[in-house]
Design a protein around this ligand. Structure first.
Ligand SMILES: [Zn+2]
Length: 326
């Protein structure tokens, strides 16, 4: 089915309008595996007798590394999530960072298939239980959250179905969405059946698109795979921005991550996207690897030339389109 023809398809959700004084600050996109507390990673590495990867220390110090270095740094942290207790700590790291920056909500991307099947480093039950414990404690501290299950685009749709095979039979209530991430190496039209299956299971649909792949991926994700929310989208051309604006498709923009992983996209298009009417909001992506938080992301956005009204729009979109507050 052509997703654009569905009556309540992409972008057809009802926007909740929240009065400006009550706007909660929401981290609209962060990865559990990329949001670990550096101090915890250091302690765990020491306890296990592991050397920290050079790229991770370089990134923590504010340095730049090649993409492969980022992956090495990210994977090192992910390798430490091999128990219920470690996953709980990871969720608490997200909570503490978000709350310390004044945030009160987070849409949290997780990669259970990577940890449970690909790396086989803990059971699915332990993963969900650790996450549930951490997010429950976070809620007691004042943080709303929901979880989006991430699949790897370049592993292809067969992998996408394997991710759904893994999580759908006993899906925790806090899982609200399904997404693709990784390298944008597989056309979104090939992913359409996977997204359709996730939608039929009651999940919202998102995709990393127009980050490490061409801007045309953003259009294809929306028109050919029925994706209702875009992560990054920074390579989208003006026609695609108009499409996103027309359909009210939310876009999660992560300036710190983009500066590290899509450094060729200059100047950062956030002002252009907002001024095209796109419902952009801010996320931290991998703040445990590329250090940032919601406060620094807002400072960065302001430094791109946004005025007060535009900063308020960012905040407003961040709350109104957040799945954790829906
Ligand atoms: Zn991401």
């Amino acid at each position: 089915m052509h997703p654009a023809k569905r009556g309540s398809g992409a972008g057809g959700h009802n926007v909740r309008v929240i009065p400006a004084p009550a706007l909660p600050l929401v981290d609209r996109h962060t990865h559990l595996e990329g949001a670990l507390d550096p101090a915890w990673v250091r302690r765990e590495a020491e306890r296990r007798g592991l050397a920290l990867p050079g790229p991770l220390e370089a990134l923590w110090g504010g340095g730049a590394v090649p993409f492969e270095g980022f992956i090495e740094a990210f994977l090192f942290g992910a390798s430490l999530l091999d128990s219920r207790a470690a996953v709980r700590q990871a969720a608490l790291a997200v909570a503490r960072r978000t709350l310390a920056a004044g945030g009160s909500g987070v849409d949290l991307w997780v990669s259970p298939h990577f940890l449970v099947v690909h790396k086989a480093q803990l059971s699915l039950a332990d993963f969900w239980q650790g996450l549930d414990e951490g997010l429950s404690e976070a809620r007691a501290l004042g943080l709303q959250s929901c979880v989006v299950v991430d699949a790897v685009n370049h592993f292809g749709p067969k992998h996408g179905h394997a991710v759904l095979d893994l999580v759908l039979p006993e899906l925790p209530a806090f899982v609200k969405g399904f997404s693709t991430g990784g390298l944008e190496g597989c056309p979104f039209r090939d992913w359409a059946p996977v997204f359709e299956r996730a939608r039929a299971a009651g999940l919202r649909l998102a995709a990393h698109a127009g980050e490490n792949g061409p801007g045309s991926n953003v259009r294809e994700a929306v028109l050919e795979a029925g994706v209702e929310r875009i992560v990054h989208g920074i390579r989208a051309d003006d026609d695609t921005l108009a499409l996103l604006a027309d359909r009210g498709i939310p876009v999660d923009v992560c300036p710190r991550s983009n500066a590290g992983l899509a450094a060729d996209v200059r100047p950062h298009p956030l002002p252009r996207m907002l001024r095209a009417g796109v419902r952009c909001a801010l996320g931290t992506d991998d703040p445990g690897v590329l250090p940032c938080d919601l406060a620094t992301e807002r400072e960065t956005a302001r430094a791109l030339g946004l005025d007060e009204a535009e900063m308020t729009r960012l905040l407003r979109h961040g709350a109104e389109d957040a799945w954790c507050l829906a």
